[in-house]
Ligand binder design. Structure first.
Ligand SMILES: *Cc1c(COP(=O)(O)O)cnc(C)c1O
Length: 380
């Protein structure tokens, strides 16, 4: 056995879309990116979606759009991937680490309220593993305190909280199409909002400051074949655009997304049923939306006192594992930023991510559950 932790589900549909791009010989930023953005907006009911080359880029630009003053504070959970907090540093702002609720692994509301200061400007909630943050409370706190909310949706594409889609509660939603995430474009990301005017500048910011669309509108009467080369740069941009190749893969993946989500739900249900009879190993998340047909979970995790032993046992058995994540404030880069997070630090030592992807077979799943059971009998 050699079971991968995550595996993109790709096939002929993606190849066919790529072939169309090859036939046009236009691989960079182009019409296919527009098409994918429109399909994404339609699927998730956004007014505007802007394709970029990663969620890291999306988070960077999302914060940059607000032009916060240097040194202001952005509240992020400690239990997340580095990008949530590096995006804060890219913008010359300071991350403040918020502890998690041990049952759901998402931002703890009480700790969030405690850590808001007069310098706070924004909150970046992360729907850990696809488990929804308490967005009603976060939005109400943010509006009372005048804070912006950027949802880091790297772990969910289509999950809901209280019937409303994740990524549509805050000012901006940021998605990842990195290879290991819920659907992929190889690498890629999306910046989305219902406030079209708010995110419009990101179109130029993702392409070194060039926005041909804006220019076309502005000087439409001058737009002729004689000055097609003309563009104007009035904003600091980055090289963050999505390209046609990535958008081609994304177009095919988006059509499969509902099935990916449903397949993973079936697998998670089997994991949860199997765990009921295994001593000393618990599900990491409640998977509270498991019976909601539209939920979108990314990882399956467990908690156990013998975490390190489980990881080495599983590696001998050909089962890949992971740890998501080391609390960020324990990383040397983030050491100096404010935020005690005792719960994250304690729970971190017990968490282990197990294989979950749409093509995980029953044979593989039963093998994993069997080995979990054997491990529990031996060590727990
Ligand atoms: C993966 C991830 C990102 C970054 O996504 P990329 O597309 O790889 O840049 C951001 N936030 C979280 C929570 C992630 O897990």
């Amino acid at each position: 056995m050699n079971i991968r932790l995550f595996k993109p589900s790709i096939g002929n549909e993606e190849l066919e879309e790529i072939e169309k791009i090859f036939q046009q010989s236009w691989l960079g930023l182009g019409e296919k990116v527009n098409e994918f953005e429109n399909a994404w907006s339609e699927k998730f009911n956004y007014r505007s979606s802007i394709g970029v080359n990663s969620a890291t880029a999306a988070l960077h630009l999302a914060l940059a759009l607000f032009r916060f003053n240097r040194g202001k504070e952005v509240l992020v959970p400690s239990m997340t991937f580095a990008s949530t907090a590096t995006a804060v540093l890219y913008n010359n702002l300071q991350p403040v680490f918020v502890d998690i609720n041990p049952n759901t692994m998402v931002m703890d509301i009480e700790d969030l309220e405690k850590k808001i200061t007069k310098n706070s400007v924004a909150i970046i909630p992360v729907h850990y593993g696809g488990e929804p943050c308490e967005m009603d409370k976060i939005i109400s706190i943010a509006s009372t305190k005048g804070l912006k909310v950027i949802e880091d949706c790297a772990h969910t594409q289509g999950g809901k909280f209280q019937g409303r889609k994740l990524g549509k509660w805050g000012d901006i939603g940021c998605y990842s199409f990195e290879e290991k995430k819920g659907m992929t474009t190889g690498d890629g990301g999306m910046l989305c909002s219902d406030d079209k005017d708010l995110i419009e500048p990101a179109k130029a910011m993702r392409w070194v400051g060039i926005d041909k669309d804006t220019w076309k509108r502005k000087v439409d009467n001058r737009f002729s074949s004689a000055n097609h080369w003309f563009y104007e740069i009035s904003i600091l941009g980055y090289k963050y655009n999505m390209n046609n190749l990535a958008a081609a893969i994304g177009t095919a993946q988006l059509k499969k997304l509902d099935n990916f989500n449903l397949n993973k739900i079936e697998i998670i249900k089997k994991y949860l049923a199997g765990l009921k009879n295994i001593k000393g190993i618990k599900s990491l998340l409640p998977y509270s939306n498991i019976n909601d047909g539209t939920s979108s979970y990314w990882l399956f995790g467990v908690k156990t006192q013998k975490r390190d032993k489980l990881i080495s046992y599983f590696s001998q058995k050909g089962i890949s594992t992971g740890v998501h994540f080391t609390p960020l404030n324990q990383q040397p880069l983030f050491n100096k930023y404010y935020g005690d997070t005792p719960i994250s630090e304690k729970i971190y030592e017990q968490i282990c991510t197990l294989p979950l992807h749409p093509e995980l077979t029953d044979v593989e799943l039963n093998y994993i559950l069997g080995e979990l059971n054997t491990f529990s009998g031996l060590y727990l």
